[in-house]
Ligand binder design. Structure first.
Ligand SMILES: [Zn+2]
Length: 149
């Protein structure tokens, strides 16, 4: 949970004259977690609208990718699509190549947040990433979850 907040902190690893955003490493590792990476208050009951999850056989319970950003790690990914588009494109490719479903679903949620961005370059790249992820996840997956769109 705490590491997922670090994923959107402006921290980089310098090596060989290049700076790699540290958040990418956290996103790749934590982003495939099967479960909701979010702290719920012990006082108030959890908001079931925000914590909508699906129980996916062989994977576990993960937040619905059609329900918007509800975890810090997914927020970090959305910040990444805006600030580190090259690294995020590479992360999308690795997620698809390795078939990390929970990571693909979170990346899809994050990329989809820019569908109507007024920053056209961010909109174009994030929308292209969401489309690649959509194709990789597949419509059959959404139908199996009971999503009609
Ligand atoms: Zn759902």
């Amino acid at each position: 949970m705490i590491l997922s907040h670090l994923a959107y902190a402006p921290i980089g690893l310098a090596a060989g004259g290049l700076v790699q955003p540290l958040g990418i490493l956290f996103m790749e590792e934590l982003g495939n977690y099967a479960g909701t990476l979010r702290a719920f208050s012990h006082v108030a009951p959890p908001d079931t609208q925000i914590s909508h999850e699906h129980d996916i056989p062989g994977i576990g319970r993960i937040p619905c990718h059609r329900h918007g950003i509800c975890e810090p790690i997914t927020h970090a990914m959305s910040v990444g699509f805006r600030n580190f588009p090259d690294e995020m494109d590479q992360l999308v490719v690795r997620a698809i190549d390795t078939q990390k479903l929970a990571l693909m679903l979170r990346l899809h949620t994050a990329a989809s947040a820019y569908r109507h961005s007024i920053t056209l370059d961010v909109q174009r790249r994030a929308t292209a990433a969401a489309k690649r992820l959509d194709q990789a996840i597949g419509p059959a997956f959404d139908q199996a979850l009971g999503h009609s769109d």
